[in-house]
Design a protein around this ligand. Structure first.
Ligand code: AHG
Ligand code: MN
Ligand code: MN
Ligand code: MN
Length: 336
């Protein structure tokens, strides 16, 4: 029976053996993983814990909040506010940043999260998740401000997600590839089940919300039309389609067997570049995908190079199997 490697041991090795992460970052990631275990517990109880349905409030995105959006947000705040590793947090569900109470020592990290991704799937028992991203607080700035968070995704020091599905699985990168951990409910610990994840460069599977087709820009329409044309079309092969409407589930599938995920700009809200949020959805997912050998762009530029202007900024997302993402980028550049 191979030795089980826990998340704790993996992180200690990243700290002590490879010197890749400092102790404070290791402890922060352990706290986040523990918070995800708590969220997983609430998700699994569902109606029995009264966590389904809407909370009747709206978030800064203009979305009606689900009870679990708020519960997951609170679990992450409470778990992290006194840990001593953080200076501040930012969340999809909070208008502005959350400063660690000054009665606790301030750490040097900034934690950003989408506490509950896939909210439209909560009440129908489809996989949902939590997405997180860690940045370092810029040196020298006395306090902490929203400006400190506005760093390009390439500056992340850790990124990951936890998917609450048939298994509760945590995918994590600290810059040494992608490791996947599965929650052993008997032990209550995350156990390493995959390391150095690789996304195949080619795929026959695309993920996009097809109901928005009439609103897309020409390059995206061209790409999807060619996929739909199958083996008799210019691609010379048939494609399959998936759309879970939980980014964590679509990205986990792509990390596991390849594929391309698109949430492009569409003309329903022409002044917004896309639906997904740059800081706590696109950036962490893009780093994970790149660390697994895939690519992630907004259709034209590498997502991790984008300089954010606002905390809740949105972005178009095209990510997954490298050769497919590059094809979509080519179609955008040809359409100029
Ligand atoms: P969230 O639930 O955190 O607001 O995110 C939902 C996002 C993302 O998870 C998913 O890919 C996308 O919204 C689905 O959008 P549609 O419902 O428009 O397909
Ligand atoms: Mn989300
Ligand atoms: Mn969310
Ligand atoms: Mn939301």
């Amino acid at each position: 029976m191979p030795t089980k490697i826990s998340l704790t041991r993996y992180l200690v090795e990243q700290q002590r053996v490879d010197g890749r992460i400092p102790g404070d970052l290791r402890l922060l990631l352990e706290v986040v993983a523990r918070a995800c275990k708590g969220i997983s517990h609430a998700v699994t109880k569902g109606a029995l814990a009264g966590v389904l349905g809407t909370a009747g409030s709206e978030n800064v995105q203009g979305e009606v909040q689900k009870k679990l959006d708020i519960i997951a947000n609170e679990v992450l705040i409470e778990a992290n506010e006194w840990g001593g590793h953080l200076a501040a947090m930012a969340s999809e569900e909070m208008d502005s940043i959350y400063l660690v109470p000054n009665r606790y020592p301030q750490g040097e990290y900034l934690l950003l999260f989408d506490p509950l991704d896939g909210s439209s799937n909560i009440d129908v028992n489809v996989s949902i998740g939590t997405i997180f991203s860690v940045l370092k607080k810029p040196e020298g700035s006395p306090g902490v401000s929203e400006q400190d968070f506005l760093q390009a995704g390439a500056k992340q020091v850790a990124a990951g997600y936890c998917i609450y599905g048939p298994q509760t699985t945590l995918a994590l990168t600290v810059g040494d590839g992608v490791a996947v951990f599965t929650l052993d409910a008997d032990q209550g610990s995350f156990v390493l089940t995959q390391e150095q994840v690789r996304i195949p460069e080619d795929t026959k599977e695309f993920a996009i919300n097809m109901s928005n087709m009439r609103h897309w820009d020409a390059p995206v329409k061209r790409y999807v039309d060619e996929c739909l044309a199958g083996r008799d079309g210019p691609r010379g092969k048939d494609f399959n389609m998936r759309w879970v409407a939980s980014m964590v589930a679509d990205v986990h599938r792509i990390l596991t067997r390849g594929g391309i995920f698109l949430y492009p700009w569409d003309k329903r809200e022409p002044d917004k570049p896309g639906k997904l949020r740059l800081m706590y959805e696109a950036n962490p997912m893009s780093w994970l995908v790149e660390q697994a050998g895939g690519a992630a762009t907004n259709g034209r530029e590498r997502i991790l190079d984008l300089k954010p202007g606002k905390l809740h900024e949105r972005v178009a997302v095209v990510l997954g199997s490298r050769n497919e993402v590059e094809r979509v980028t080519r179609y955008h550049l040809e359409a100029r």
